[in-house]
Design a protein around this ligand. Structure first.
Ligand code: 5GP
Length: 123
């Protein structure tokens, strides 16, 4: 899959402050904010500030500092929202056409607050 980054994608615009967001946590390399159309009582998106399109792009090309910061921030979000030590959650990421990714800036969905059902429907 090509990793050509579109700097006009909606999360790039959020990172530039052109579009508001409901921030949960922000660090040097990472932003976590509430999804605008939540699919569960807890639905937070964690994004790196760097221009990465998908999980594999981020994992392959980001610096170790960015990768650690991203995951530590995701862990802090789980703790802050009370789902890590509580009833649990799901962390998922979509990539490309088969993953039905809508926004071409890598993001981790953190979902919780209800039983979430099976991961994927069987075809
Ligand atoms: P994807 O399908 O790419 O994995 O998920 C994109 C997510 O971004 C969706 O859950 C959608 O609701 C969310 N989203 C799209 N536009 C905005 C926005 O402008 N603000 C916020 N907070 N979330 C958005």
């Amino acid at each position: 899959m090509a990793h050509t980054y579109d700097p006009q994608n909606i999360f790039a615009r959020i990172l530039r402050g052109e579009i508001p967001n409901k921030t949960v946590l922000e660090t040097q390399h990472t932003l976590a904010f509430h999804d605008i159309n939540p699919a569960a009582p807890v639905h937070v998106l964690v994004i790196p500030k760097g221009p990465y399109v998908t999980f594999d792009h981020f994992a392959a090309d980001a610096s170790a500092e960015e990768i650690v910061d991203f995951h530590r921030t995701a862990a802090s979000v789980c703790a802050m929202l009370g789902i890590a030590a509580g009833d649990g959650y799901r962390a998922i990421t979509n990539a490309g056409v088969h993953g039905m990714q809508e926004v071409p800036h890598y993001h981790l969905h953190i979902l919780g607050g209800r039983v979430l059902g099976r991961l994927v429907e069987r075809a």
